[in-house]
Each structure stands twice: as structure tokens, then as C-alpha cells.
Ligand binder design. Structure first.
Ligand code: ARG
Length: 459
């Protein structure tokens, strides 16, 4: 039973239901490798302080490697009483190497151990997630370069606003992901702090060298306060927030593409690989991948909120509530890693209907350009906005398109309209005028691609 580990002062039995309730092995076994890595390093630190002999160190290391091999080839047997991954690995180590296994935990607590395991585990996962994120960015930038000619309506409030390049829209998602990548690097640095050697809460009584312990595990720094070392789960909170934010960016793209793939828009078509059919309606092709991405953003946010609720109000140092930190972390990692890869797949295989995008542009989307035409003739913008609005109303009243108003019609609204006003009704020109940094013109779109490619090359 779990009593093996800590039962010296107990006489009564644990309720079997409590034993299961208390156990985390069902999920924390995901960290078996990091747990063994931490133990290997800790054994070496014990030896360096003369707490175990060279021979004992070798026995422990061989044993730990054997336990690892069992996990890897699927023969590790979790037995009743294996409370968590730390207990299970130590129990098995004892079976393999005998009493010397009992020396491994000298000065160590599961409190510094679990915090170490989680940081090692998340550090590895964050590196993989970072690669998925960069791949997604690569896919989107390539697509933006390839489809730079395509114009489409840009929306605010989902109302038709101004013509933009499709590539400019694609890159707007990329800039969110670019910031996500920067944030990920920043939080990685904070994950990479070593709690090992902090003990249960008060520090290590055998002067283990925490600095070389940290170095041997690839940590960048040592947690400087043992109480803080065992209580600190800010790295989990930060990662959960990060996941929520990335997922909200993915959700925005998903929602845009769901709308654009509807029959009414018809701007994009999802590849079969990322769509599903209806069991009832033969004609249906549903954007399930995008809907799941949108849905899973809620899940990521829920994990963050749930975890924060667990942590709020805890007193200092380790409390068993904190065992509830792992499942949100695991789930967020799985959700965001899967979502990044699916999003990249969707974006890589999507087809766009450039003709439909361009034919959805209408002259009213150039009302701003009409106002700007007058600005170029020296009329103050606030007046030109009003005049262009009156032109929109005039066209509406006559039931014609804004571009069908003649220069004479427009001169009734303001004398500065000359015959060259006909030149306003040109979507390409409208887009190309927006050529200061960040605009939707071709050069400023290609500038973005170049900046992102340079960044990718060194990221
Ligand atoms: N399974 C525990 C957890 O995940 C390990 C730490 C237990 N520490 C303790 N003092 N009970 O939080």
C-alpha cells in the first residue's frame, strides 16, 4: 500500500477509496523519464557529498536505467500502492537494486522532486510546441507570398469595410503567432529554474551542490528560496495562459475560415482531409477541423481558469491541492500541440476562390477612397467624409452603384470633384495606396514576409 512510503507513524489502514483518490500515478506516469533523469542527477549529487559510495552510485544509476528501460519497452508494472510516479519508480528501483535504493531520497522530498519533474517535462514539450508553431508560421508566410495578387473584402464588425490583400489577412494571424513565439521563449526561461535540493520546504541538510545539480539537468538557474521553490507553479500558470492566448488566435482564424467557407461567402474551401460529411445530408462538407479548433480554445481557457482556482487561497509551500496541477498542464500541452499541427495542415491544403473574393468587392467599399480623393484636392477630411457619405446615400436612393455616379452627379455635392474621379473606382489602386508600413499594399505585404522570413531563419 501507499503506506510503505510514509507509514511509520500510522497504525490504522487507509480507506481503499481514499487510496485511489490520493493516487496520481494514473496521469503523472507521463513524467517517468524526467523523474528518472532527476533521480540520476540527484544520486550523483549525493555521491559528490560523500553520502553514497561510487559503487552505490553505480548501482543506483544502473537500476534507474533499468527502470527506464521497463517504461520504454512497456514492461513496467504499476502495482497497488504505487501512489505516484516518484513512489512507483523508487519502489521498482528497490526491487531491482535492493536496500541501496533507500539512500536515493536522502535530503530530497517529493516536493522538490515533483516540481523538478514538471519543469523538465514542460521544458521538453515547450520545445516541441515551439517547432509546431514555427512550422505553422512558415506555412502561412509561404501562402501569403504565393497568393499576394488576390484581393478580397476586409471586414470590421463583419461588415464590408475596405479592400485588402488576402495575404495581408494571412499575415495578421502570423503576427499574433510571432508574438506567441516570443512569449514562449520568455516563459521557457522561467520554466528553466531548478527547485531540486530545496527539500520538503526548508532546504537540503547535506549541502548538496544545487548549482551543479541544476547544471547537470540543463537548468539555467537555481531557485533561491526553498519555500518558493516547492510552492512555485507560476510556470504552469504562464504556460496555461500562453496556451489560451495561442488558442484564441487559432480560434479567430478558425472562425474567419468557417464564415468564409460557407456557401454565402464561398471564399475558401477546406481540403477533404480536414472536413467531414453529414450522416443525413449527402451534400454537406463540414469544417469540423476548424470548429474543433474553435472549440478547443474554450477548453484551453478552462484549464487555465480551473488551475488558477486550485492555486488561489493556498497557504505557503506544498499542499496536496497542487497535485491537481498536472492534468491541466498535460491537457493544455496536448490541446495546443495538436491544434498547431491541425491549423498548419488546414492552412497548407486550403483552396481559395480568388474570383469569388474579388467579385465580392463592391464600389461602396471605396467610399473612403472617394473621401480621400477630395482630401488630395485640399478638402479637410472631416468634410470629405460627410460628402462621400452623401454620395453613398445618393447612389442608394437612385438604386445604382457608387461608381455609377458621374463626375457631374458628384459635383452637385462638391465642386472639387473633377473628371479624374473615375480613377477612384479601382480596387487594386485602393489597396496599393496603403503603402506605409503595415499597410495592405503589395510592397508592404512583401516587407512583412521578408521580416518574418529573416526572423524564422534565426528562430
Ligand atoms: N503526487 C504528488 C503531486 O503530484 C507528489 C508530491 C507529494 N508530496 C507530498 N508531500 N505529499 O503533487
Amino acid at each position: 500500500s501507499q503506506r510503505e512510503l510514509w507509514g511509520g507513524r500510522f497504525s490504522g489502514e487507509t480507506d481503499p477509496l481514499m487510496e485511489r483518490f490520493n493516487a496520481s500515478i494514473g496521469f503523472d506516469k507521463r513524467m517517468y523519464a524526467q523523474d528518472l533523469t532527476g533521480s540520476r542527477a540527484y544520486a550523483a549529487a549525493l555521491h559528490a557529498r560523500g553520502l553514497i559510495t561510487a559503487e552505490e552510485l553505480e548501482q543506483l544509476q544502473r537500476g534507474l536505467d533499468a527502470v527506464r528501460a521497463e517504461w520504454e519497452n512497456g514492461t513496467f508494472a504499476v502495482v497497488a500502492g504505487d501512489e505516484d510516479i516518484h513512489t512507483a519508480n523508487e519502489r521498482r528501483l528497490g526491487e531491482l537494486v535492493g536496500a541501496v535504493a533507500g539512500k536515493l531520497h536522502t535530503g530530497r522530498s517529493r516536493n522538490d522532486q515533483v516540481a523538478t519533474d514538471m519543469r523538465l517535462w514542460l521544458r521538453d514539450e515547450v520545445k516541441a510546441i515551439r517547432e509546431h508553431l514555427l512550422q505553422l508560421i512558415r506555412v502561412a508566410v509561404e501562402r501569403a507570398e504565393r497568393e499576394q495578387d488576390v484581393l478580397m473584402p476586409g471586414y470590421t464588425h463583419l461588415q464590408r469595410a475596405q479592400p485588402i490583400r488576402w495575404s495581408h489577412l494571412l499575415l495578421s494571424y502570423v503576427w499574433s503567432w510571432h508574438a506567441d513565439a516570443e512569449r514562449l521563449d520568455q516563459l521557457l526561461a522561467r520554466i528553466n529554474t531548478s527547485p531540486l535540493g530545496a527539500g520538503a520546504l526548508a532546504g537540503n541538510p547535506f549541502q548538496v551542490d544545487r548549482t551543479s545539480l541544476a547544471t547537470s539537468l540543463g537548468f539555467e538557474r537555481v531557485a533561491q528560496n526553498s519555500l518558493h521553490a516547492v510552492l512555485d507553479r507560476d510556470f504552469v500558470a504562464e504556460f496555461l495562459f500562453w496556451s489560451s492566448l495561442v488558442m484564441s488566435h487559432i480560434s479567430r482564424l478558425a472562425e474567419d475560415l468557417i464564415v468564409y467557407s460557407s456557401g454565402e461567402f464561398g471564399f475558401v474551401q477546406l481540403a477533404d482531409a480536414y472536413s467531414t460529411g453529414s450522416s443525413l445530408m449527402p451534400q454537406k462538407k463540414n469544417p469540423d477541423s476548424l470548429e474543433l479548433l474553435r472549440g478547443k480554445s474554450g477548453r484551453a481557457f478552462g484549464q487555465m481558469a480551473g488551475f488558477m482556482m486550485t492555486m488561489k487561497g493556498l497557504p505557503s509551500t506544498y499542499n496536496k491541492d497542487m497535485q491537481e496541477d498536472k492534468e491541466p498542464m498535460f491537457d493544455a500541452v496536448d490541446t495546443v500541440a495538436g491544434s498547431l499541427q491541425i491549423t498548419a495542415g488546414v492552412l497548407a491544403t486550403l483552396t481559395i476562390n480568388a474570383t469569388k473574393m474579388q467579385s465580392s468587392l463592391s464600389a461602396d467599399m471605396l467610399a473612403t477612397d472617394l473621401a480621400e480623393y477630395l482630401v488630395r484636392k485640399g478638402v479637410p477630411f472631416r468634410e470629405t467624409h460627410h460628402i462621400s457619405g452623401a454620395a453613398v446615400r445618393m447612389a442608394e436612393e437612385r438604386g445604382v452603384s457608387l461608381s455609377q455616379l458621374t463626375p457631374d452627379d458628384l459635383r452637385q455635392l462638391h465642386p472639387a470633384f473633377a473628371d479624374d474621379v473615375a480613377g477612384v473606382w479601382d480596387f487594386e489602386k485602393s489597396v496599393e495606396q496603403r503603402a506605409s508600413i503595415g499597410g495592405t499594399s503589395r510592397t508592404t505585404v512583401l516587407d512583412q514576409c521578408r521580416i518574418l522570413r529573416d526572423w524564422l531563419a534565426s528562430a
